[in-house]
Design a protein around this ligand. Structure first.
Ligand SMILES: [Ca+2]
Length: 295
């Protein structure tokens, strides 16, 4: 590199340093909803407002609350899935100010960066990316629930977080594979796990004031307990009760029924809860194929 080129490069660097924050300040507001798609992670990143004094930003990432910092275009988010610590460290890029990375994208604003896992000892660093959707609302008809068919995770008795993207919030539930007649894929849930009466939940991004339709398949474990199984579904402070009579049903003929229920969101994220209710402990409501769609 000759002197003139070095000089030009320094001028460019200084100009970029000065202009970068100005351009950023003058640019349109940062989109709040991003579609995450990379390294096995699919779902939404919803960013809240950045604190102008501290640069702190919070939001939800793949349905779980996250906190972090947004300094200029540098975004760092901390996430705690299943007892681990993840740091999502990325840059917001666009074609005009895309000097931070290779402009391999088609002009869409993106976040590109790394995920590192566990504090201090980095177990793995993976490239990731998120593509902006352009609107706060996900595409109509998209299922907002991840692993709604319970096919990912640990089979058998689950007390905490063995079911990918779901959290067991009370007692325990069973992920059933091969035991009874399935309705969607290879696995489904018995909401009353071994000697328990459990509850599971998942959080996802919503638009306040919008209506959402929850759909699922329901049956009951006919092998023990009172034949009448009961369940409460709740979201955004609204609830609905469901029951299923296993009289006449067998493990080979479960009698799965499709059910749906609507609620209205009152916040930027909503937690959907399925809980087994009533006296049954061990053989409760069977649940599968959960979906939530914005109406
Ligand atoms: Ca399933």
């Amino acid at each position: 590199m000759n002197r003139q080129k070095i000089f030009s490069f320094i001028i460019l660097l200084v100009a970029a340093t000065v202009l970068f924050p100005l351009c950023w300040a003058q640019s349109a507001a940062l989109p709040t909803t991003w579609q995450v798609n990379g390294n096995g992670y699919t779902g939404l990143l919803v960013l809240g407002k950045t604190d102008a004094n501290t640069n702190e930003v919070s939001g939800t990432l793949l349905g779980t609350p996250v906190k972090g910092y947004l300094v200029g275009r540098h975004l760092v988010l901390h996430r705690y899935p299943q007892g681990k610590t993840q740091i999502w460290d990325g840059w917001i890029l666009d074609p005009k100010l895309g000097a931070q990375g290779q402009p391999y994208y088609d002009g869409t604003l993106i976040i590109a960066g790394l995920i590192s896992e566990n504090k201090g000892q980095v177990d793995g660093v993976y490239p990731w990316y998120a593509i902006v959707q352009g609107t706060a609302a996900p595409p109509t008809g998209a299922n907002l629930i991840l692993n709604g068919s319970f096919e990912q995770g640990t089979v058998g008795n689950n007390r905490t977080s063995g079911i990918t993207h779901w959290t067991v919030i009370r007692d325990n539930v069973d992920v059933v594979q091969g035991y009874w007649q399935q309705i969607d894929g290879k696995r489904s849930i018995d909401l009353a796990g071994t000697y328990g009466s459990g509850a599971i939940q998942q959080t996802f991004s919503t638009t306040p004031g919008r209506q959402y339709e929850v759909s699922f398949f329901m049956a009951g474990n006919p092998a023990c307990d009172n034949p009448l199984k009961q369940m409460r579904v709740s979201a955004a402070g609204q609830t609905a009760d469901f029951s299923f009579d296993t009289k006449g049903q067998t493990l080979g003929k479960m009698g799965w029924q499709k059910k749906s229920w609507r609620f209205t969101a009152n916040a930027a994220s909503t937690t959907l809860v399925f809980e087994n209710v009533g006296p049954n402990r061990g053989c409760g409501i069977a649940l599968d194929a959960v979906s939530v769609v914005q109406r």
